[in-house]
Design a binder for this molecule. Structure first.
Ligand code: FAD
Length: 484
């Protein structure tokens, strides 16, 4: 087969999706792949976006294909070693092993986003420089039909202080996250009304506001000399405040590198008191009162307090997806057209409750690669097939986010308890009647051999069987009351 079309690819977005997709295509023999990334570097540290990823078996389908899972493991804390220390307001500490990791599943790896993106970038630099170029500090500013051949799309990019550069690719990958310019362009030029519009679904964690505090590596946990935090330990540090609008918690995820500054997430309702504080002095006083168990002055510098005060922070997105995953213009196989595919957050985005943001993005790419394999990289055949296969999973994923574990941020203690009862009830019923009940979907998600659609199907079957069981119990009680 003539492989001349397996080149001339533009990937918009150099996050985990974009760099992962570039490596996948290069490994499949594609060349002349350009990644456009507006950030300055792969390991660029953005204090308020310094979240950690847990790359599970689903995400590892791609890292296995790329041959980088061992390197991933070297940089990470495995979930089998995930210990959480809860520190109460009086300083009392309790350490437990992650209670809801399924030991039968593949080990999952925790690492900072920047470390994962840097790992992908280093793989490109070391092994694929002849096929992939990554342009940092370069933004895709427009995508439009090509002036000389309307069957092809033209991508316009802009780097600092330079003239715009234009590309006319055979294939565009939209890996540019929630505010995807690729998706918006498809929406504008495809003419099909809702296909590329995000459909939004409610969730109790959507809209929660977050900011991240950067703390020193191995920061002191008390005034006692040598009482230091451990980098590989997760912490939940509770505040002394009890009122819902004042109570907060610092959440720290584990890092492998002991020299890396720690990041403490604060996630709470937008009308929480902490977001109303407008000066560094107020914020510092708030932290000192909230955390009497911590030597606040030693662990949060005045510069960090000021940065935190004036930072915009972020909001958890509403669970959302769009049903159109691709569009083909002309004949890309004959170098007379452009195929466009959307991957990762560009087509499905949601709060981080079930840790599937990065894993679903990596699974998108892995499934795309399987279909390229089946269709011998024929885009006109591969893209519709990809959409048919992946659309159901994406819809199921968004539903799973809604029901998975949206109450984990201490928004409402009653709802959190109800969630726990439901979780353990399903676990118990699964142990007693495994042929009738599956564990809660939050556990099933760890099974990378099940698709999101299969997990949702099992979860819905559970709910139906639970309703029948509840009906039978109520009927039994009523009959007993009648007979007595
Ligand atoms: C607070 C928070 C916590 C999260 N925690 C987790 C978690 O614990 N676990 C998890 O799995 N997921 C988590 N996620 C979600 C996860 O980050 C995303 O699902 C994942 O990064 C998707 O990767 P992506 O490559 O598709 O998109 P992104 O990571 O959004 O990457 C898109 C890239 O495109 C670039 N870009 C965008 N537009 C342009 C343009 N016009 N030109 C050039 N470049 C452009 C951006 O700079 C960015 O680098 C979290 C998200 C948030 C907001």
């Amino acid at each position: 087969m003539n492989n001349s079309h397996k080149q001339n690819v533009i990937i918009i977005g150099g996050g985990p999706g974009g760099l992962g997709a570039a490596l996948m295509l290069a490994k499949r023999g594609w060349k002349n792949i350009t990644v456009i990334e507006k950030r300055p570097s792969a390991d660029y540290y953005e204090p308020d976006k310094s979240f950690s990823y847990q790359i599970d078996g689903r995400g590892q389908k791609l890292t296995d294909f790329l041959g980088i899972t061992d390197k991933l493991a070297d940089l990470s804390v495995p979930n089998t070693e995930f210990y959480l220390t809860v520190i109460q307001k009086d300083g009392i500490r309790k350490t437990t092993k992650l209670p809801i990791a399924d030991s039968k599943r593949k080990t999952a790896y925790w690492l900072p986003r920047a470390a994962f993106v840097e790992l992908l970038y280093q793989e490109i630099q070391q092994n694929w420089q002849d096929k992939i170029q990554v342009l940092f500090k370069t933004e895709c500013v427009e995508i439009k039909p090509h002036s000389q051949n309307s069957e092809q799309l033209e991508v316009i990019t802009k780097s600092q202080n330079q003239e715009p550069v234009s590309f006319v690719p055979n294939l565009i990958l939209g890996c540019d996250g929630l505010n995807s310019i690729v998706r918006k362009t498809l929406s504008e030029i495809s003419g099909e009304s809702n296909l590329f519009e995000m459909q939004k679904f409610p969730s109790p964690s959507a809209g929660l506001k977050y900011k991240v505090l950067t703390l020193p590596p191995q920061f002191p946990l008390s005034e006692t000399e040598g009482d230091l935090s451990q980098s590989t330990m997760a912490y939940a540090i509770r505040s002394s405040f009890k009122e819902p609008k004042k109570a907060i918690s610092l959440g720290l995820l584990p890092f492998k590198n002991p020299q890396q500054p720690r990041t403490a997430n604060i996630i709470t309702y937008p009308n929480h008191q902490i977001w109303q504080l407008s000066t560094p002095v107020e914020v510092e006083e708030f932290f000192k009162q909230a955390f009497p168990q911590l030597p606040v002055e030693k662990i949060i510098s005045s510069e960090e307090i000021a940065r935190f005060t004036f930072s915009e922070g972020g909001k958890f997105p509403v669970p959302q997806y769009c049903s159109g995953l691709y569009q083909i213009f002309g004949k890309p196989e004959d170098n007379q057209g452009t195929a466009v595919i959307l991957l990762g957050d560009a087509v499905h985005c949601f709060p981080p409750d079930i840790g599937q943001g990065v894993n679903s993005a990596l699974e998108d790419i892995y499934i795309f690669q399987e279909i390229l394999q089946e269709t011998q990289d024929n885009l006109t055949a591969a893209l519709p097939r990809y959409q048919n296969l992946r659309e159901l999973d994406i819809k199921a994923l968004i539903r799973l986010v809604q029901i998975g574990y949206p109450w984990q941020y201490n928004q409402d203690q009653v709802q959190k308890r109800l969630w726990s009862i439901n979780f353990f009830l399903r676990l118990l019923l699964n142990r007693l009647f495994p042929f009738l009940f599956s564990p809660h979907c939050f556990l099933l998600i760890q099974n990378h051999e099940l698709s999101y659609w299969e997990i949702l199907h099992k979860s819905n079957r559970n709910t139906r069987n639970l309703s029948i069981l509840a009906g039978v119990i109520i009927l039994g009680i009523l009959m007993m009351i009648n007979y007595s």
